[in-house]
Design a binder for this molecule. Structure first.
Ligand SMILES: [Zn+2]
Ligand SMILES: [Zn+2]
Length: 246
């Protein structure tokens, strides 16, 4: 089947979907046709569950990792936070929050992206940044997906906060094979995966990604931004991953 044919079939498919399920009719999480709030895009049940997935107030103030009472945060001492000033996120990456991220990232659901962008912007209360910089996708993945979810999230956060988006990071093609390298040097090799072509002297940067997992991607980006002169780098994501034991 040719590309033109495939495109046409996809278009017909989307017309059919629009006709059967008018845009904006169903809950973005579970497909329930009864949305509690048209703009929010969720049914009552999913909104309630999503509220339970909010990052708890007991989490580390700086990185949002879970901390035990009276103990210092281990994640803050890890290399992941060396160049990252703070992390902002509305949700823990589980259940409904995870479903929304998937709908946005893998099923191109723009409404889910708007919801996540709005909630992430709300998590930034009382902060001040000069530029929003999205984490770039690898060029090959960008071609396959067709969009960079971090850039779209950044654009939504920008719309709500007025902070301009500057897409200044590049994900350079990975060159050196890692397998023959001693483990300690691998991290360094991956660190070279990002570069920044702009002078960021003194700029306060809000790095944006969809999810923070181990923090290593953000750490590598933050390092590249600091090398370009950034005075401060913080990270905003729509969800943070808590390990099962946490
Ligand atoms: Zn629902
Ligand atoms: Zn911490």
């Amino acid at each position: 089947m040719g590309g033109g044919m495939r495109k046409m079939l996809r278009r017909i498919g989307s017309w059919a979907a629009d006709g059967l399920f008018p845009r904006g009719a169903c809950c973005l999480c579970c497909g329930d046709p009864r949305r509690a709030d048209e703009e929010d895009g969720l049914c009552d049940k999913c909104r309630g569950r999503l509220e339970e997935l909010r990052v708890p107030t007991s989490a580390c103030e700086k990185c949002l990792s879970p901390v035990k009472k009276g103990e210092r945060c281990a994640f803050c001492k890890s290399p992941a936070m060396r160049d990252v000033g703070a992390v902002y996120a509305p949700y823990r990456y589980q259940a409904e929050a995870r479903r929304l991220v998937h709908a946005f990232k893998f099923h191109s659901c723009g409404e889910a992206g708007t919801l996540l962008g709005r909630e992430t912007a709300d998590a930034l209360r009382d902060t001040d940044f000069d530029w929003i910089v999205p984490v770039p996708l690898h060029p090959r993945r960008l071609r396959r997906r067709g969009f960079n979810q971090a850039l779209l999230l950044g654009a939504e956060i920008s719309r709500r906060t007025g902070i301009p988006v500057r897409d200044v990071l590049r994900r350079d093609r990975y060159v050196k094979p890692q397998s023959r390298m001693p483990f300690g040097k691998r991290q360094k090799n991956v660190a070279g995966a990002f570069s920044c072509g702009e002078d960021l002297t003194g700029k306060r940067i809000l790095l944006v990604d969809d999810v923070r997992t181990s923090g290593s991607t953000a750490a590598d980006c933050a390092r590249a931004l600091k090398e370009a002169g950034a005075g401060k780098v913080c990270l905003a994501v729509s969800a943070v991953v808590y390990r099962r034991s946490q």
